[in-house]
Design a protein around this ligand. Structure first.
Ligand SMILES: NC(=O)C1=CN([C@@H]2O[C@H](COP(=O)(O)OP(=O)(O)OC[C@H]3O[C@@H](n4cnc5c(N)ncnc54)[C@H](O)[C@@H]3O)[C@@H](O)[C@H]2O)C=CC1
Ligand SMILES: O=C(O)C(=O)Cc1ccc(O)cc1
Length: 362
């Protein structure tokens, strides 16, 4: 079976890693720039790489378009003019589904099928270096097949996607765009706006940046997402977002009014209703908002402390995925962020480090 991946970046590379090396599967990567070819193969993400759309698509059983949303239509149109293998299934991973599905429905395919897809997992990182074979594990993976796609075609894509470890859900494109607009696209706009607001204050007073190292840094992580990828997503979901921004203005207006009227009870209510709904959100899944399970510990600024913590975790067979010093100056304790891929490791580390009298915050 031949699988072609167009755009071997964070998502395309992660999909490729899920498929590569599985019995009977060959993965071919397509890139638009020559310098991207060699790293794809040398990193072991794909079996072969090419700049040629024709060569990548030739005889492919599955084609995944993993390029920025603004490039999807271009590649779908190119593919529609090629002699593809009979029964070939084309899918995409774009963060919006309405526009690409509408285009696919207009194309007179001949025994070739398009099924829009969107793995609801990722991160603020981008490019092949950020790709991971476990990115989609336990995440939701939306498929938006057009009504005329035969059930057995949908099933064969779903079967292949089992290699990702994701849970497939079928959602109609319009509903998909409404929902991800609210839970993903609007939050990215808000994160970028918040950071830019603080950046402006910081121009006058550098203490803003220094003190923003903790909670602010966390709630704005997604502001570091790739500008081109997000430009395309927001423009593609423009109408939905214009409505959501209108609602957002009303939310902010409500807080403005509550403050003007010194309405403490009203403020309490806002947090009470928000907290109640938030506590009903599904368990943390890898992907959407927390790609990893994080712990924060205050560490004294003594030499070797980070090595000691890493060794203790290793001695207890706790798999640490990443560690980062958030702030460390000579005169203040540092904050160390420890990230785990498995919730079980996170629980074990929390227990171990608390027992060792570290101040652990989750
Ligand atoms: N970043 C995320 O967390 C998620 C992103 N997506 C969607 O996945 C798609 C890819 O995003 P990422 O993997 O995050 O981005 P990325 O920047 O890591 O990868 C994009 C890939 O497309 C290629 N590319 C860029 N411009 C191109 C062009 N003009 N022609 C051909 N190829 C081009 C790049 O070389 C790279 O291989 C986007 O459609 C995005 O909406 C879906 C789920 C999560
Ligand atoms: O990093 C995060 O929390 C994300 O929100 C990742 C993400 C980005 C784009 C998507 O379409 C889906 C998931």
């Amino acid at each position: 079976m031949k699988i072609a991946i167009f755009g071997v970046g964070l998502i395309g590379g992660s999909l490729a890693l899920c498929f590569k090396g599985k019995p009977g599967i060959t993965v071919v990567g397509h890139a638009h720039l020559p310098e991207l070819l060699e790293p794809m193969v040398s990193r072991g993400v794909v079996d072969s790489a090419t700049l040629s759309v024709e060569e990548a698509a030739l005889d492919a059983d599955f084609i995944f378009l993993c390029v920025p949303v603004g490039q999807l239509e271009h590649y779908l149109l190119l593919l529609s003019k090629l002699p593809l293998k009979k029964g070939c299934i084309i899918s995409d991973v774009g963060s919006t589904k309405q526009s690409i599905t509408a285009l696919a429905e207009q194309i007179p395919w001949d025994d070739v099928y398009f099924i829009g897809g969107h793995p609801m997992a990722g991160s603020e990182r981008s490019g092949i270096t950020a790709s991971s074979a476990v990115l989609f594990e336990n995440a939701y993976y939306v498929l938006s097949p057009a009504a005329d796609v035969p059930e057995q075609v949908c099933s064969s894509l779903e079967k292949l996607l089992q290699f990702t470890g994701a849970q497939i859900v079928r959602v109609e494109p319009g509903m998909h765009d409404d929902i991800v607009g609210a839970i993903s696209h609007l939050p990215h706009i808000i994160a970028a706006s918040l950071v830019n607001q603080v950046r402006t204050h910081n121009e006058e007073n550098g203490l803003y940046r220094v003190l923003a190292a903790g909670g602010f840094r966390d709630i704005t992580r997604i502001a570091s997402s790739d500008p081109i990828v997000w430009r395309d997503i927001l423009l593609s979901n423009r109408d939905v977002l214009l409505n959501l921004l209108q609602e957002w203005n009303e939310q902010i207006e409500r807080f403005t009014r509550l403050l003007l009227e010194r309405d403490g009870e009203g403020i309490e209510d806002e947090f009470r209703t928000a907290g109640a709904f938030r506590s009903e959100l599904p368990e943390r899944r890898k992907g959407m908002i927390t790609p990893l399970f994080d712990l924060y510990i205050d560490v004294p600024d003594t030499p070797g402390i980070i090595g000691q913590i890493a060794t203790q975790l290793g001695d207890h067979r706790i798999n640490l995925s990443n560690m980062q010093i958030i702030e460390s100056r000579e005169d203040v304790p540092g904050i160390l962020r420890l990230s785990f891929r498995q919730e079980e490791d996170w629980e074990k580390a929390k227990k171990l480090l608390s027992e060792q009298r570290y101040h652990v915050v989750v």
